[in-house]
Design a protein around this ligand. Structure first.
Ligand SMILES: NC(=O)c1ccc[n+]([C@@H]2O[C@H](COP(=O)([O-])OP(=O)(O)OC[C@H]3O[C@@H](n4cnc5c(N)ncnc54)[C@H](OP(=O)(O)O)[C@@H]3O)[C@@H](O)[C@H]2O)c1
Length: 337
């Protein structure tokens, strides 16, 4: 198999580090890797598959000879450098929100819409972390019994905000336990021992942008513009792993056994669901895993066609780096790169 020249933009960040891990763990066919970040990290060395590789500052020449450019350095960097990388001949897979709703850019979760990849014009977008795990769980059910409405409440880990937020949670937890005062830097309020129903900016309609991403991205990925969706996204004091309480209204009634069977056979999903032994997915135990975990599957007592479930995944893996690498693997399998 051909080895690809891969560039990772944002290699020193949480998602960038996960890219390095996932590429190695999956034996991704790489003939070279170029680690890119800002001038702050230029010269640092990171271990890639037992070799020390020096981090370079991202510039307009960084993408010469690159086949695949994996971006995770924020929307501003993506907006500036992704077109340059695509212009130099690389296929860009971008983790930021910069291009997700651009009609010219496929927004892909391979378990759902791998075929959309072939419409790309150089840039493919990786969806928002909480949307990825949601659509992996919704799509197999929707294929059997079309979904009319979804209400989702998310409980999102601080690693979704990046490396600085991980540090902030650890530091604040120590400060609280030692009786010291807490000064928040990353979030508008203390996150340790607290919950913040605010992720990304507030919009005029009262939702946050994070909540609106769940609405728009879910419809785009599932090609289902008429599904009604409402989301409430909360940041919780968890290091890794986003959890979601999902309420679905189908076209027809669906039993919990039928849903459990469909989900157990669906790609990328593991069902953990036995109330008798308190078996259900938890962020602590799914961190480091590739699958989307589903439990607490039950008929929604408030609606004849309703079903409720609890969905948890590692936001740095399936919610970011792994999904992007799976997009690249899907392209390789189909000889699209
Ligand atoms: N964390 C998640 O769960 C998650 C999930 C999905 C998508 N994403 C997206 O992935 C991106 C990165 O997230 P993260 O959690 O990895 O953040 P992070 O830990 O804060 O890392 C940010 C990375 O971006 C680099 N960077 C910053 N400014 C740059 C510039 N001007 N030029 C080149 N590189 C620059 C940083 O390099 P330096 O070391 O030089 O500062 C660092 O490598 C964001 O767009 C985020 O929305 C994150």
């Amino acid at each position: 198999m051909k080895g690809f020249h891969v560039a990772i933009v944002g290699a020193t960040g949480l998602v960038g580090q996960e890219f390095i891990k996932v590429l190695g763990q999956r034996n991704f066919p790489m003939s070279s890797v170029c680690l890119l970040a800002s001038d702050r990290s230029a010269g640092r060395k990171l271990r890639v598959n037992h070799e020390e590789v020096e981090v370079k500052e991202t510039n307009t020449h960084s993408f010469e000879g690159v086949d695949l450019a994996l971006f995770s350095a924020g929307a501003e960097v993506s907006n500036h450098f992704s077109p340059i990388a695509a212009g130099a001949g690389a296929v860009v897979i971008d983790n930021s929100a910069a291009f997700r709703m651009d009609p010219e850019v496929p927004l892909v979760v391979p378990e759902v819409n791998a075929e959309d990849i072939k419409e790309h014009k150089g840039i493919i977008a990786n969806p928002n972390c909480s949307t990825i795990q949601l659509v992996v769980a919704l799509y197999p059910l929707h294929q059997v019994n079309p979904i009319k409405r979804v209400i989702v409440d998310t409980y999102q880990a601080v690693s979704g905000t990046g490396a600085a937020a991980l540090e902030e949670l650890g530091e604040q937890a120590r400060q609280v336990l030692e009786g010291r005062s807490v000064v928040p830097h990353v979030y508008p309020h203390q996150i340790a021992f607290n919950i913040l129903p605010e992720i990304d900016l507030f919009m005029d309609n009262g939702y946050t942008k994070e909540e609106w991403k769940a609405v728009e991205e879910t419809r785009k990925i599932m090609h289902a513009n008429d599904i009604a969706i409402s989301a409430t996204c909360a940041r919780v004091p968890v290091f890794i792993g986003h959890s979601e309480a999902v309420h679905i209204e189908f076209s027809e009634p669906m039993s919990s056994d039928a849903a459990r069977r469909i989900l157990a056979e669906a790609p990328g999903i593991k069902v953990l669901d036995d109330p008798n032994i308190s078996l259900y997915p938890q962020p602590w135990s799914v961190a480091g895993s590739d699958e989307v975990f589903v439990g607490r599957i039950r008929r929604d007592a408030s609606h004849d066609c309703g079903l409720a479930m609890w969905v948890v995944a590692d936001n740095l893996r399936k919610g970011a780096a792994l999904n992007a690498v799976q997009i690249a693997e899907a392209m390789i399998e189909r000889s699209w790169i």
